[in-house]
Write a new protein. Structure first.
Length: 194
């Protein structure tokens, strides 16, 4: 007997987020991409603590999925992917492949939780089934590595991005793929971080 996938519960906070983040409507654009990010900070698992985040969704440390803006809204969030992407921020300051954190004294050191992995995978699957998403990208692929080199980081990418490529058949553009001034996904992100 196969298990049936059920859509995740999503906490709707769209009525509380700044409307000026929504540059314009993308109703006439085919939205076919998910871009994974990390917030590089954590304010816990209280949805209202993330109302100022420039993303369509956030996945909290306890795995809660929060929708901040309509998918049809153009947000300045994913650099070269803004036109046709849903931005998903995974809450935390996660390490790079060498175990280094961005400003850990100010932003702490986060560990990607099993609940976040489950929530992130459920959200990507939901977006795939609801919107016909066919691509999953790391933010760094559309932004200079100098600015967003560890976004979303190896832990988020391997556990959610690689999962989506492997299990859902989404494309990450292949080895070396970038847009704009982006940087490719490092090979080290395609396997579990030691």
């Amino acid at each position: 007997m196969t298990s049936m996938w059920l859509p995740p519960d999503i906490v709707d906070k769209m009525d509380k987020t700044p409307r000026n983040y929504r540059v314009r409507s993308r109703m006439s654009v085919r939205i076919d991409t998910v871009v994974l990010h990390q917030t590089s900070f954590s304010r816990g698992s209280v949805p209202d603590n993330y109302l100022s985040v420039h993303a369509h969704y956030v996945v909290l440390p306890d795995g809660t999925i929060v929708q901040l803006h309509p998918v049809e809204a153009y947000l300045v969030a994913s650099s070269a992917f803004n036109d046709d992407a849903v931005s998903v921020e995974v809450v935390g300051n996660f390490p790079d492949e060498r175990g280094n954190y961005w400003k850990p004294g100010e932003n702490g050191r986060s560990v990607l939780s099993p609940q976040q992995i489950g929530g992130g995978c459920d959200l990507v699957q939901y977006l795939n089934q609801t919107y016909g998403i066919s691509f999953v990208f790391a933010h760094r692929q559309g932004e200079s590595a100098d600015l967003r080199g560890n976004c979303p980081g190896p832990d988020v990418w391997y556990n959610i991005g690689e999962w989506a490529v492997r299990e859902l058949g989404l494309s990450d553009g292949g080895k070396g793929y970038t847009e704009g001034r982006g940087s490719p996904i490092p090979d080290s992100w395609r396997r579990p971080r030691a």
